[in-house]
Design a protein around this ligand. Structure first.
Ligand SMILES: Cc1cc2nc3c(=O)[nH]c(=O)nc-3n(C[C@H](O)[C@H](O)[C@H](O)COP(=O)(O)OP(=O)(O)OC[C@H]3O[C@@H](n4cnc5c(N)ncnc54)[C@H](O)[C@@H]3O)c2cc1C
Length: 463
């Protein structure tokens, strides 16, 4: 029996043609929904998760609202996004602004980041320090076999071979699972944090009620304007007629009640689901087995967040009282350790405990992914001293969050793969992709806000 087809518009919406269905209630999907409402369209947002916010949601642990990572609104490069985010955050309880103190575990020591010349001298010794300096002056050629360039070439051009070998190569292997030679040159720009500032102060803007509160507020505004936001509703496919998408299949097969499978009729679809998944939902645009050429281009990595609740007492801070410490040393399995308390000091206020977040990155098929939550937490605890955490700290509890395929990896050739996908999807005249996974880009919230508002005229019109 086929699933029932239902009119997706809510009672509060004007009657007329079918609504635009937005897949995903993360920042990009919600921004797209607002844009569609501004254009006078009826909108339904569907998400498989029980809450809005996607990767930018907040979670409640031990009486604190924690963000995943944690999160901050980092950039000022899109003034319109910044203004919109600040407006939402203001309505959601206001923000705390702190200047980031960054540190790194490098060659077994905790140093400030980027390391100052004296730190470099003390940590690497005079010979290596001289090599770092000399290398920056040498002419650089692209690495063999990388016609068209790679992130490696771009990084070497900026920092010199020796610094890249010491810092960026182990970091890329740990975080992204590849040598920077296998990454698009565009990734070098992002890895260097050019927008976030390789040097110079980095402002952290963090909502008092957690980053998720910003997206709760946006969802509240959308509902107030008549949009429907259906949560706990996973999308499993699309229906099409000719060159148009006509509906969004969602729900759980065999389920009854609100979770039962249904098709939402759609005049147009905006998707923030992963690009490769979207392709599989459409006839003639892909197969369940990606082609070898496309496979590496849409790689993504898992993030595992281990939250550790520390008792009040000595050593609640991480090395150099940093907000976060990135471990470049390959033998340290933790990628980054953050002190969530220092991100929102006023909000934590007089609370006696501290929550640290240890971040691991995984292919989803390695020894990290095979570990149980308790084993991951034990690994994180065993590595705390490397990050400068006082060994006398008492860990009261832990909590592990797994975020599958949360880090898009921009491998060399990703631009061609994106163009191929665009060409394959272009024939669907009333469909568009937005967001980090929809566009397969290593984007933050500000980009999600921007791409969400860039839905083309064809979708705005439901053409
Ligand atoms: C550990 C970590 C730390 C980060 N730190 C920062 C930071 O400090 N600052 C910053 O700006 N950004 C940060 N980011 C990035 C930020 O979270 C993302 O850029 C942002 O959330 C992307 O928004 P989005 O809407 O594109 O995607 P998402 O937030 O991933 O939302 C996509 C939504 O689509 C839903 N969805 C997907 N498939 C389906 C389906 N088939 N059916 C129904 N629903 C579906 C998902 O459930 C999800 O809710 C971080 C990301 C991670 C993983």
């Amino acid at each position: 029996m086929s699933a029932p087809s239902v009119a997706a518009g809510g009672p509060g919406l004007p009657r007329g043609e079918d609504p635009v269905v937005v897949i995903g209630a993360g920042p990009a999907g919600l921004a797209a929904a607002e844009h569609l409402l501004d254009a006078g369209r009826r909108v339904v947002v569907v998400d498989g998760a029980p809450v809005v916010g996607g990767l930018s949601r907040s979670v409640e642990r031990w009486g604190h609202r924690l963000d995943l990572g944690p999160h901050s609104f980092l950039s000022s490069s899109h003034p319109e996004s910044v203004a919109r985010w600040l407006d939402l955050a203001g309505a959601a309880g206001g923000v705390e602004r702190t200047e980031a103190v960054r540190a790194a575990v490098w060659r077994g020591r905790v140093v400030g980041f980027p390391p100052r010349p004296l730190d470099v001298l003390r940590t690497a010794g005079p010979v290596t320090t001289a090599r770092f300096a000399l290398d920056r002056l040498r002419p650089r050629r692209p690495a063999p076999g990388t016609t068209g360039g790679s992130a490696y070439d771009a990084l070497v051009a900026r920092h010199g071979l020796a610094v890249v070998a010491d810092l960026f190569v182990p970091y890329c292997r740990k975080y992204l699972g590849v040598h920077p030679r296998d990454l698009s040159p565009a990734f070098a720009h992002k890895l260097q944090g050019t927008r976030r500032g390789w040097t110079g102060p980095v402002d952290l803007l963090t909502p008092r009620a957690g980053t998720g509160a910003v997206w709760d507020e946006l969802a509240r505004r959308l509902r107030a304007r008549g949009a429907r936001v259906l949560l706990g509703t996973p999308v499993v496919g699309l229906t099409v007629a000719g060159e148009r998408v006509t509906g969004v299949r969602c729900g759980r097969a065999g389920a009854t009640g609100p979770e039962q499978e249904q098709t939402l009729a759609a005049s147009a679809v905006v998707s923030s689901a992963p690009a490769a998944v979207l392709r599989r939902w459409l006839p003639g645009t892909g197969t369940s087995t990606p082609t070898p050429a496309a496979a590496p281009a849409f790689t993504a990595r898992d993030t595992y967040l281990v939250h550790l609740r520390l008792a009040a007492g000595p050593g609640g801070g991480v090395g150099q009282n940093a907000h976060y410490v990135t471990a470049y040393d390959p033998q340290v399995r933790t990628g980054r350790l953050s002190n969530t308390r220092s991100w929102r000091p006023e909000t934590f206020g007089r609370a006696p405990d501290t929550v640290l977040c240890a971040e691991f990155w995984s292919s989803g098929q390695d020894d990290l992914s095979a570990r149980t939550d308790d084993q991951l937490a034990a690994l994180a605890v065993s590595e705390l001293p490397v990050f400068g955490v006082d060994p006398r700290v008492r860990v009261l509890d832990h909590d592990v969050l797994r975020l599958p395929r949360s880090v898009p990896v921009l491998t060399r050739g990703v631009e061609a793969a994106r163009a191929g996908l665009d060409a394959a999807l272009d024939r669907w005249t009333n469909l568009t992709r937005v967001g980090r996974h929809g566009t397969h880009d290593w984007d933050g919230q500000e980009d999600a806000l921007l791409t969400g508002r860039s839905t083309g005229a064809h979708v705005l019109r439901g053409a």
